[in-house]
Design a protein around this ligand. Structure first.
Ligand SMILES: [Zn+2]
Length: 377
């Protein structure tokens, strides 16, 4: 007997202006002293001050020590800021990096040790046993979908090796997804993060894991994103397109409970070795990997084309992606971004051992990864 378990646990408040409902929500929960966890770049922009202007009635402190690929030290500094403020809840405000840090600040404010001891594959991983402070998340990009995820990626301080805390207890208790927070995103960021969202929907649908509920979400998330991404990039003030991309991003991240595939395995390697933007890395790898995957699951590519509104069946899906990328300004291959063949001996083993490759629709060997990287050059 095989019993499957499905859960969609996060309450989501979605729509333009949703950020204005955060204060009342926190007060209802008995929270009065939030710590906002955000990134350094964002805290200098008007969008954070504007958000804070809607937090009347609360005694707010800001920790804006998140930058780059966030490190364990940044998490520990956030936990110290939480204690110094006597905070009683956490507001995560930002893109994937800031939200990942915000997920574990509450853990480290209430538990002993270093955040590294809580990563899922630590040999003696510590359990999260104490009650965590109430935590809400507000995404300001549409790509990672970190706001609905139960993992937080942080890098070791010195090696910058990426480690993952994976635990349902760090899920946001509520998400406030407000597309107005993304109106000022530059075109290049909208394009790269949008490609990440599309890739999540596509790869989770292609994953062989049994999850028909997520398959439905992934196809609809692809449909919405495929129709909105060009407008979101080229018409920055188009609130409908911004809202659609935020929805597509969340749907992709909900769907990847099914896990992802080899596009992400390659993107994780490119992030670790070349410090490449995650969404851009997916965008540069997606054509060769998907063209190869289609040979294994052609019927699924017919469905992808149908969902994205692409004419010509599954064979037309990868060419459509290539065109979309060109229209949103993502041109050239890995070589044009400074990736050389000399890096292959470092990229290939990382990609071949990345956990996301385990749910690629066909097994990928190191030789396969080497060929895919070369094709993406
Ligand atoms: Zn991704």
């Amino acid at each position: 007997m095989t019993i499957s378990r499905f859960a969609f646990p996060t309450p989501i408040h979605f729509g333009a202006g949703a950020r204005k409902a955060v204060a009342a929500h926190l007060l209802e929960q008995g929270c009065e002293r939030p710590l906002i966890v955000t990134d350094r770049g964002l805290s200098a922009l008007p969008v954070l001050a504007e958000f804070q202007s809607h937090l009347g009635g609360l005694d707010v402190a800001v920790f804006d020590g998140v930058f780059g690929n966030p490190t364990c030290a940044q998490v520990m500094a956030g936990a110290a800021a939480f204690k110094a403020h006597g905070a009683d809840c956490v507001i995560g405000f930002g893109g994937g990096a800031a939200l990942d840090v915000s997920k574990v600040v509450g853990v480290m404010a209430t538990h002993e040790g270093d955040v590294l001891e809580y990563v899922w594959d630590h040999p003696s991983v510590r359990p999260i046993v104490n009650e965590l402070p109430y935590y809400v998340a507000l995404p300001t990009t549409s790509g990672t979908g970190s706001e609905v995820g139960r993992s937080a990626v942080v890098s070791e301080n010195d090696s910058h090796h990426k480690r993952t805390v994976f635990n349902a207890k760090i899920l946001a208790r509520a998400v406030f997804a407000d597309p107005e927070l993304t109106l000022a995103l530059p075109a290049a960021v909208t394009a790269a993060t949008g490609m990440d969202a599309l890739t999540h929907n596509i790869e989770s649908y292609l994953s062989p894991a049994y999850h028909p509920l997520c398959d439905g979400i992934a196809l609809e998330g692809l449909r919405i994103g495929a129709h909105a991404l060009f407008d979101a990039v080229t018409q920055p003030g188009n609130l409908k397109a911004r809202a659609d991309m935020m929805m597509s991003s969340m749907m992709g991240a909900i769907a990847f409970q099914k896990d992802l595939g080899s596009v992400h395995a390659c993107a994780h390697a490119l992030g670790a070795v070349c410090d490449m933007h995650h969404g851009l890395a997916n965008a540069l790898m997606i054509e060769p990997v998907l063209a190869w995957n289609r040979e294994a699951v052609p019927a699924k590519f017919d469905e992808l084309s149908h969902a994205a509104g692409v004419h010509g069946g599954g064979a037309a899906f990868v060419p459509w992606l290539r065109q979309l990328k060109a229209r949103i300004g993502i041109t050239g291959g890995l070589a044009s971004r400074g990736v050389t063949e000399a890096l292959l001996p470092r990229l290939v083993p990382l990609a071949a051992t990345d956990f996301t490759g385990g749910t690629n629709p066909r097994p990928a060997t190191p030789a396969d990864y080497e060929r895919l990287f070369r094709q993406a050059m």
